[in-house]
Write a protein that binds this ligand. Structure first.
Ligand SMILES: [Zn+2]
Length: 296
């Protein structure tokens, strides 16, 4: 453990020499989360939940190691009706939410009401996979833990916390062993889990990284692997944004263009505004890609 300064927006993996039946992961985001959310004018309470969902997406994406997008989406009946966080296999994240007046909402239930969290693995090649858990666990980390119980059948625990400048996460997972027995003479899963449980939200939010791992697990000789850098990026394009217009149908689209010279579609993830004028109508009504001179 040489570099103990968690100044990077990254996901990291660790193994402990004295607890070989478990893997550890941390995520820490600071600048990236600001780049991602600053333009969205979310109430602070909504923003904190969004940050936690993104942190979870980063950890899951890096853990499953596949080529494509990890998408976490919450749909609820509360003032936050939708929240989504995506992390690509290149470490590119984006997130957004739809909310109404959150008033004096405090608890997870106050914000989301009843609904579900969907974990979608969207590989660039191959089948999409989706697992769904109800919003019954009182927190984003609780829902993800529930997901692991249901689908992965591996003992896994996730902790998430954010403060004004950073969001942090810690995940511990039992590595299945032949025969299912913990190696003799080594710390077991319960010890690791109990040590992880001593973390405070404040420490987790601000210190998630090698230093925190060392503080929590130093007796177990943790070793850190190379960080996986995370950055903000949006995959939107004029062609993709056009889907919203195409969904209106030919009659309504023609009517809208008759009433105004141009239409705009905003990308909620990054704030990019795409403009469509009369000259775009033909390709909007066809399956053709946009005119090359209007590509943005
Ligand atoms: Zn975008």
């Amino acid at each position: 453990m040489t570099d103990l300064t968690p100044d990077q927006d990254a996901v990291r993996r660790y193994l402990c020499d004295e607890a070989p039946d478990a893997r550890l992961m941390t995520v820490r985001l600071s600048k990236t989360k600001n780049d991602m959310l600053d333009h969205q004018n979310m109430p602070l309470s909504v923003q904190k939940l969004c940050e936690e969902l993104v942190a979870a997406a980063c950890i899951l994406s890096h853990m499953l190691k596949f080529d494509g997008e990890m998408i976490l989406q919450i749909k609820g009946s509360g003032p936050i009706t939708m929240m989504v966080a995506e992390c690509s296999s290149e470490g590119r994240i984006r997130s957004t939410a739809q909310w109404e007046d959150v008033g004096d909402a405090i608890t997870f239930e106050d914000f989301f009401g009843a609904g579900y969290l969907a974990v979608t693995v969207d590989p660039r090649q191959g089948e999409r996979y989706q697992g769904i858990v109800p919003l019954e666990s009182g927190s984003i980390s609780g829902c993800i833990n529930h997901y692991f119980q249901n689908s992965e059948q591996l003992d896994t625990k996730l902790w998430l916390a954010s403060d004004q400048s950073t969001v942090g996460g810690l995940l511990i997972q039992r590595i299945p062993e032949e025969g299912g027995q913990t190696l003799q003479g080594h710390a077991n899963w319960e010890t690791l889990s109990a040590l992880a449980d001593t973390i405070t939200n404040q420490e987790l939010a601000s210190e998630a990284g090698p230093l925190m791992i060392y503080k929590l697990f130093h007796e177990l000789n943790p070793r850190s692997f190379d960080p996986w850098d995370i950055e903000f990026g949006c995959s939107c394009s004029k062609e993709r944004s056009a889907r919203a217009l195409r969904a209106l149908g030919e009659i309504e689209l023609k009517q809208l263009f008759a009433e105004q010279p141009s239409l705009t579609v905003d990308c909620h993830f990054c704030g990019q505004v795409y403009q469509y004028d009369q000259a775009d109508l033909e390709w909007l009504l066809s399956d053709q890609p946009p005119r090359s001179d209007t590509l943005q």
